[in-house]
Design a protein around this ligand. Structure first.
Ligand code: LMR
Length: 352
């Protein structure tokens, strides 16, 4: 009988030991899967995320090409754990509300034209400085350099983190009233701008009126004659079919469209090391594609505009461009002071 009791005690003890061990291992599993549930923030797992990228231009543009390259890299390298949704054509947010929705983290990346950021920091006026950069490479070198990065850093006060500059390219003038070849030709025209006082003053100096209108309302504004003209890259003119409603295009390259790829700082800081590395490399992949495709897309767009033949294209001679430069020099000098002489000197030095 005593032997049976002893055996029973051993059996019960063994049962207890096994069930405790089983409990221990299942609680370990729960804790590791719950850190996955918290999107692996503290661990080194790739976080499960859905990231939204919003922008205002069409699909066949350098901005969309960059955004798609980002999406493809991030989704592939995360093994599908990170999903990236790209919204072109102001489908999600437009010029008026994309920044505030980035601040609210309703969207994780936006890529605004810097001329729409001048209210946040005067440094974003640089692309609107008349005839400043000779090409995309000079603009890229400035924004990648110390002064450009300082301007990006100033957005941290809004909880916004600047990641990279993406070029579109030089802007040219379109209008529906007359062929433009000299500064006097602008007199009395009403021109739509992307916004900001510098662009306003450029047109003021040319005796033209100006008004800022969001990009997704621009076609209708041109069609209905709310404004006579606008300034943009060939890529934007062609992809939005502005040539349907603008009889004249003047190839000037007097200002630029350059973009700021921005994210929400809190979102950025919430990424663990592994996730951030993938997203950061996705940003680099997108930046490379946007930079590599911009000039070619603008070239192709100019060809398409010429083939369609709906807008009369007038390429200014170097002497005609010089006349515009001379006329706009006082505006340039005044704004070099407003933006910061050190910043403008640095930007000018990138043309070498
Ligand atoms: C415009 O509003 O004309 C452009 O800035 C649009 C863009 O994002 O290129």
């Amino acid at each position: 009988m005593k032997k049976i009791q002893k055996l029973l005690v051993v059996a019960v003890t063994l049962l207890l030991v096994f069930s405790l061990a089983a409990c221990g291992s299942s609680s370990k599993e729960t804790s590791s899967s719950s850190s996955g549930g918290e999107k692996g923030k503290s661990g080194n797992d790739i976080q499960e995320l859905t990231i939204k990228i919003s922008h205002v231009v069409a699909e066949n543009t350098p901005k969309q090409a960059g955004a798609i390259a980002m999406k493809e890299y991030i989704e592939k390298e995360s093994g599908g754990k990170i999903k990236v949704q790209v919204y072109p054509n102001s489908q999600l947010f437009g010029d008026k509300d994309e920044y505030q929705n980035l601040v609210a983290n309703n969207v994780q990346f936006i890529i605004p034209d810097m001329s729409k950021m001048v209210g946040n920091d005067p440094g974003f006026n640089v692309p609107a400085m008349p005839f400043l950069f000779k090409d995309d490479a000079a603009a890229e070198a400035f924004w990648d350099g110390e002064k450009g990065q300082e301007i990006f850093k100033r957005l941290e006060k809004d909880g916004v983190h600047g990641l990279a500059m993406w070029p579109n390219g030089a802007k040219h003038m379109t209008n529906n009233k007359k062929a433009i070849s000299k500064p006097e030709d602008l007199k009395g025209l009403k021109i739509r701008t992307q916004g900001g006082q510098l662009l306003e003053e450029i047109y003021g100096k040319l005796n033209a009126g100006s008004v800022s209108i969001p990009f997704n309302e621009l076609y209708t504004a041109l069609q209905q004659g709310t404004v006579d003209g606008e300034e943009n890259t060939f890529s934007n003119i062609e992809s939005k079919k502005f040539d349907e409603v603008q009889k004249y295009t003047t190839v000037m390259g007097h200002t630029r469209v350059d973009y700021a790829l921005l994210t929400n700082t809190k979102f950025w800081d919430s990424l663990n090391e592994k996730t951030k590395e993938i997203v950061q490399k996705g940003v680099e992949a997108g930046t490379k594609v946007a930079r590599d495709s911009a000039a070619k897309l603008n070239e192709d767009a100019l060809k398409k505009l010429k083939d369609r033949g709906q807008t009369k294209i007038n390429e200014l001679s170097p002497a005609e461009i010089e006349a515009f430069k001379k006329e706009l020099q006082p505006v340039y000098d005044e704004w070099a002071k407003k933006i910061g002489e050190d910043i403008i000197k640095d930007a000018e030095s990138k043309n070498k």
